[in-house]
Design a protein around this ligand. Structure first.
Ligand SMILES: Nc1ncnc2c1ncn2[C@@H]1O[C@H](COP(=O)(O)OP(=O)(O)OP(=O)(O)O)[C@@H](O)[C@H]1O
Ligand SMILES: O=C(O)c1ccc[n+]([C@@H]2O[C@H](COP(=O)([O-])O)[C@@H](O)[C@H]2O)c1
Length: 208
């Protein structure tokens, strides 16, 4: 909503495969929300993450529901279905166009990890992305994003934000679950229970 002075809202967009969502994602979104005084952060689970097509990804509805569970307690967080309800590969250019139409009075801040930001020119219509949103790159353990990695990203459209180092990845959470190790406190409690209830990330069968 626009206030009487016509001020534009600031909305964060946190896209991800979220297989599963973990506290690294949630801390990054919370830090960026506070840093930019965002009105809200919209989490957008991917439908078909084409750059992860070489590996098995859990059903979109499971990833969506885990994201809803993980964000439910924060009044500034919500989850959008735009990417999972669109058919075909998921491209951020479509995410930003769809959200821009839904939120015409908002300035968008797309939140990514530093690793993802360094690869942004492999994304579809990369040049156009910077016309639709600001980009916020979160530092992540193991990634030292020097200014050369930002390459041709327009400087006025990108900000790097240092967040408390959290060495958590979805890959590690899946592997720990497959090995029967706990993921308590790496992911929200409700997500631990969702993974168990729906038998996500089962132990892989050893071939004799
Ligand atoms: N610990 C973390 N701290 C900050 N950002 C993160 C962290 N983990 C992931 N991200 C960022 O969150 C976004 C969504 O990530 P994604 O859902 O692919 O999780 P992931 O942990 O990187 O998954 P995977 O290990 O399966 O590749 C990406 O922009 C990614 O760079
Ligand atoms: O637009 C693209 O071509 C593109 C390519 C790779 C990743 N992305 C987006 O980057 C975000 C993080 O993706 P991922 O695969 O690291 O979970 C998510 O919103 C993806 O849709 C987007």
């Amino acid at each position: 909503m626009t206030d009487s002075g016509g001020a534009r809202r600031r909305v964060g967009v946190m896209g991800g495969t979220f297989d599963p969502i973990h506290h690294g994602h949630l801390v990054a979104a919370s830090e960026v929300q506070a840093w930019f005084d965002l009105d809200e952060v919209v989490f957008v689970p991917t439908g078909a993450p084409w750059q992860k097509s070489g590996r098995e990804v859990s059903p979109a509805e499971d990833r969506y529901l885990m994201t809803v569970i993980a964000t439910a307690a924060n009044p500034r967080f919500r989850v959008s279905r735009v990417d999972i309800d669109r058919t075909g590969p998921t491209y951020t250019i479509d995410t930003l166009r769809d959200l821009g139409q839904q939120l015409p009075d908002a300035d968008l801040y797309f939140i990514t990890g530093a690793d993802a930001l360094a690869n942004i020119f492999t994304w579809r219509d990369a040049e156009e992305l910077f016309e639709l949103a600001n980009f916020v790159g979160c530092t992540r353990p193991g990634y030292d994003l020097g200014s050369e990695a930002l390459g041709d990203i327009p400087a006025e459209r990108v900000t790097l934000v240092e967040i408390p180092a959290l060495a958590i990845s979805s890959t590690d959470c899946r592997e720990r679950t497959r090995r029967g190790e706990p993921v308590w406190y790496l992911v929200p409690d409700g997500v631990v229970q969702y993974i168990a209830k729906h038998h996500l990330y089962p132990a892989t069968q050893e071939t004799p």
